[in-house]
Design a protein around this ligand. Structure first.
Ligand SMILES: Nc1ncnc2c1ncn2[C@@H]1O[C@H](COP(=O)(O)OP(=O)(O)OP(=O)(O)O)[C@@H](O)[C@H]1O
Length: 247
């Protein structure tokens, strides 16, 4: 489904690689969690896979479509929920979602139905005609999610979709993602919420300094590590307790 070969990224003028020689295969139907400390390379990797950032070297394919030779075809198969809100503050929720749906070629009743269904599921029907600038962080996160899934992508990339939201919004987002996954959507997401990832993901990978450190099912990783009772124990064992401040 997602095949990643020797993928690397070194930003212009950077001394070191932000992502280095990553090899990964993510199977159809997985919920795959990419974990790592601040600056580990999560956003860099997910941005390359989402076609938002050009790799320095290596390759990847999604649904058998190589990113170099089939970039436009590949984009039709994926949905992207970026870390930063990609919404227009002065437009309403409905107008924003119409715009994003339109970018994927949706129109007419299928577009309107898709927007209304998703707003309903995520508890936002009453706010369809309110401007985004009046929304709370949790409401914006839920709209951001809908913007990435209106075209029913086969593979969904989400960069920290539950950052900065309350427990209710987080619950609504995770529940909706589980429903999409049951319907056949493969999910690749990044998070700092290790408890969430432990229960949500079929497999997780921990990266640090751009390198893949460990990969496996959350339960197996916990069982394999002596004394570990949860994924946070595994994470700290592999990445250490030092703070990761860069300027
Ligand atoms: N545009 C850029 N130019 C130069 N270096 C960058 C750029 N974007 C990111 N980096 C560097 O690449 C490394 C990986 O950053 P990245 O944002 O991918 O990490 P992350 O794991 O997503 O971090 P966080 O958890 O804080 O979001 C960091 O050292 C960062 O400073």
């Amino acid at each position: 489904m997602i095949q990643i070969n020797n993928l690397s990224k070194k930003y212009k003028n950077a001394d070191a690689y932000s992502v280095h020689n990553i090899d990964l295969v993510i199977e159809e139907g997985e919920i795959f969690g990419l974990l790592g400390p601040n600056g580990a390379g999560k956003t860099t990797l997910i941005s390359m896979l989402s076609s938002l950032l050009k790799p320095s070297s290596g390759s990847f394919s999604i649904n058998g479509l190589d990113y170099r030779s089939n970039r436009n075809g590949l984009k039709q198969h994926i949905g992207i929920v970026p870390q930063e809100y990609a919404l227009y503050p002065t437009l309403t929720a409905f107008e924003n979602l119409s715009y994003f749906g339109g970018m994927y070629g949706l129109k007419g009743k299928s577009l309107t139905d898709g927007i209304e269904n998703n707003l309903e599921i995520l508890g936002l029907s009453d706010f369809a005609n309110k401007k985004i600038k009046t929304f709370s962080g949790g409401m914006k996160r839920r709209i951001n999610l809908i913007a990435g899934i209106l075209h029913n992508p086969k593979v969904l990339f989400l960069d920290e979709p539950t950052v900065g939201v309350d427990v209710q919004s987080k619950n609504a987002i995770i529940e909706h993602l589980l429903t999409l996954n049951t319907g056949g959507t493969t999910i690749f997401y990044t998070s700092h919420h290790l408890n969430e990832a432990e229960h949500f993901c079929t497999r997780v990978a921990i990266i640090d300094n751009g390198e893949l450190i460990v990969i496996g099912r959350p339960k197996s990783l916990i069982n394999d590590q002596k004394g570990a009772t949860n994924l946070e124990d595994v994470f700290l064992n592999h990445t250490g307790k030092a703070l990761r401040d860069h300027a």
